[in-house]
Design a binder for this molecule. Structure first.
Ligand code: PSU
Ligand code: MN
Length: 305
């Protein structure tokens, strides 16, 4: 195990005793959600993992160590700018060497989970291939989440990816990278706010024990990497596909009109959608993140059983 890793006591104890552990990312807290919901959702995700009998292990870079298992204080530190810089997998070495604190995205969390021996990770949504903005210069923006998932044997439980992304191309990329896209209780690849993307998962599972069997079998093959487990957003808060598309379209044209581009684009679109939906998109985001943490907890327990 890497000497840079610092496991929380309960995480180290659980791993030593083959007790279920679930990795959680910290970028969702530091960059993905606005205050004060960010810390509430981070706490609720940890509680949801515990309720299923597993130990939560949120990851970050703090004080020159790769931390696995964060307290509320740690999360608050990351959420307080500028402490929580966004770290993907490629940033970890430099952040460690320079002593820079960082909140971990899916790509970084997958890498840290693999280093710690954690097989299940719960989050809201993954990054993917961005749509090209009409009228903007053509450029390629592909999240490192996709490649990172192909390289480490970790199951990422999420509600797919936001439809701000190019979802068909994101699924093609996952196929090319040998990452299975499995539905738990769904035939469609979820589009985060909506269960309905019109796109199919590779296989549907309704029995968690059979899903765990598929993961074990996948990992028994040499060179196999990560798996994307798809959990649709909870029915009570999920939105309709047309409604989400209209929100994305309006937000994208507002961004265009305001001359917003680059790294500022996604935050602009998300806050525009939040306001235009009277907070509904934020409620879905919070509910699905907590639900995915809970499913990840159940899956981790099933895998240890
Ligand atoms: N999708 C969400 N919320 C998030 C993210 C994705 O719905 O907070 C975060 C995750 O940490 C993910 C990262 O790994 O954004 C992807 O960023 P990028 O596209 O820069 O790789
Ligand atoms: Mn990106």
């Amino acid at each position: 195990m890497s000497e840079n890793l610092l496991l929380a006591d309960e995480v180290a104890h659980a791993l030593a005793n083959e007790h279920a552990v679930v990795a959680l990312e910290s970028s969702i807290v530091a960059q993905g959600l606005p205050a004060p919901e960010n810390l509430e959702v981070g706490q609720a995700m940890q509680t949801a993992v515990r309720q299923q009998g597993a130990i939560p292990a949120m990851t970050a870079v703090l004080d020159g160590r790769l931390r696995v298992g964060l307290s509320l204080d740690d999360m608050a530190r990351l959420a307080a700018s500028p402490e929580g810089r966004k770290c993907g997998a490629r940033d970890l070495g430099s952040a460690l060497a320079l002593g820079l604190p960082g909140a971990t995205t899916v790509s970084a969390t997958v890498a840290i989970a693999a280093a710690a021996g954690i097989r299940v990770f719960g989050t809201g949504g993954i990054g993917g291939v961005h749509r090209t903005t009409p009228g903007a210069p053509a450029k390629t923006d592909i999240s490192a989440d996709l490649l990172a998932m192909s390289r480490a044997p970790v199951a990422v439980v999420s509600s797919g990816a936001k439809s701000l992304l190019d979802l068909p191309t994101t699924l093609e990329a996952l196929e090319a990278l040998c990452v299975p896209v499995l539905g738990y209780g769904c035939d469609q690849f979820p589009a985060f706010y909506t269960a309905d993307s019109g796109l199919e998962v590779s296989y549907r599972f309704d029995d968690l024990a059979v899903l765990a069997e598929a993961l074990r079998a996948h990992w028994s093959l040499p060179g196999s990497g990560g798996v994307l487990v798809c959990n649709p957003p909870p029915r009570e808060t999920a939105m309709g596909r047309e409604e989400v598309e209209a929100l994305v379209r309006d937000a994208a044209s507002a961004a265009n009109a305001a001359g917003i581009s680059g790294g500022a684009l996604t935050p602009f679109i998300l806050s525009h959608m939040r306001d235009a939906s009277s907070g509904q998109t934020l409620r879905v985001n919070a509910a699905l993140a907590v639900a995915n943490a809970g499913l990840a907890g159940r899956l981790a327990v099933e895998l240890e059983g």
